[in-house]
Design a protein around this ligand. Structure first.
Ligand code: ASP
Length: 340
């Protein structure tokens, strides 16, 4: 029997009403497992681990990503697959972060959660949980079919670092706008085999390190110099994501270009990501992005914000030579971007 490690971090899936009945608070893993006796019919050996204090995923921090990476690494040899139960709010961030921290992955790491707690009649948690476990246990010729970090939610399996939460209400809460779904669950589970990730590395290595000294500057018409300068001058900041318009465009006002240019000259890594979910940054396509390219802003192609933030934190933590860091940022390390 294949062995799957279920790691519980918290989130709506396991929440119950607080004592005053007014808010939802994380509860324990036994409560979740007790609601799904069918798991016993899957012919898988399920083991479980719970964070000592399950959390709402809005409280997730890079330290939690490191803990998850270490749990997976220390159980990697003994387990055939991993399932992480996680709140949906920052699920795409954790999935992206783990995809970078787990290099040379040859086993499935599937994350899931739910929009309604598992104890509720109309809950989406049961299906999400059961199918996610099934996916984590799928093998062909004794080799895991999924060998990457993926998110399963509402009948679809997505590449983790391509995914974003798009709805606070619908059961179909996630999308991966720039990459096809990896599998769809109906009567059968239809795998989109040609789109599954296969690592170019021979060896599995865990790299639980993130440097959170980064910022995000979202462009809007009317943005003021004082606001831009405030974010460019945050003490200790090493990287900045510039969330631009369309295919990577921003105002051409001289004060703006000059402020960004002098920050780059001081060593700040500036990564250009689009505010549009679909499509890619193409610096130089319009006059409004040509100056960004000229001053050394790095084009982030079709990275999601979640993948951009976690990739930048991951690469900065490894203290690479600036040219190598820039090269890695624009390279497709774990299937997270489409290289032009
Ligand atoms: N606030 C919850 C969380 O992310 C929402 C959810 O789980 O869907 O933990």
């Amino acid at each position: 029997m294949k062995r799957i490690l279920i790691i519980y971090t918290g989130g709506t899936i396991g929440m119950v009403e607080s004592d005053d009945g007014e808010t939802l608070v994380p509860f324990d893993l036994d409560h979740i497992m007790a609601q799904i006796p069918e798991l016993g019919k899957l012919h898988l050996q399920l083991e479980s681990y719970s964070l000592p204090k399950p959390i709402d995923s809005s409280d997730m921090r890079p330290e939690h990503w490191c803990t998850l990476t270490e749990i997976i690494a220390s159980n990697y040899a003994d387990m055939d697959g991993f399932l992480i139960l996680h709140g949906s709010d920052t699920l795409a961030y954790t999935a992206s972060a783990l995809s970078f921290a787990l290099a040379g992955l040859r086993k499935p790491v599937i994350l899931t959660g739910s929009q309604l707690p598992i104890g509720m009649i109309r809950t989406d948690a049961r299906e999400n949980f059961i199918t996610a476990v099934e996916l984590a246990g799928m093998h062909i010729n004794n080799e895991p079919i999924i060998q990457e970090v993926a998110i399963y939610f509402e009948y679809k399996l997505y590449r983790g670092n391509r995914t974003m939460k798009v709805s606070a209400e619908a059961f179909e809460a996630f999308e991966s706008p720039n990459y096809p779904v990896l599998a769809e669950a109906g009567v059968h589970i239809d795998l989109n085999k040609k789109n599954l990730w296969r690592s170019p590395f021979d060896l599995f290595t865990a790299k639980p390190k993130f440097d959170s000294n980064i910022g995000v500057l979202t462009m809007f018409p009317g943005i003021q110099k004082a606001q831009v300068d405030a974010i460019l001058n945050v003490h200790g900041q090493k990287g900045l994501i510039l969330q631009t318009f369309g295919s990577g465009n921003a105002t051409r006002e001289p004060w703006f270009i000059e402020s960004i240019e002098s920050a780059i000259e001081r060593g700040l890594i500036v990564l250009n990501l689009s505010q549009c979910d679909k499509g890619a940054v193409e610096q130089g396509k319009y006059q409004t992005s040509a100056a960004l390219k000229r001053i050394g802003v790095i084009g982030g192609a079709d990275l999601t914000l979640e993948a951009g933030i976690t990739k930048l934190m991951f690469l900065l933590a490894h203290e690479l030579d600036p040219d190598i860091l820039k090269e890695e940022l624009t390279s497709n390390l774990r299937g997270e971007l489409t290289e032009s």
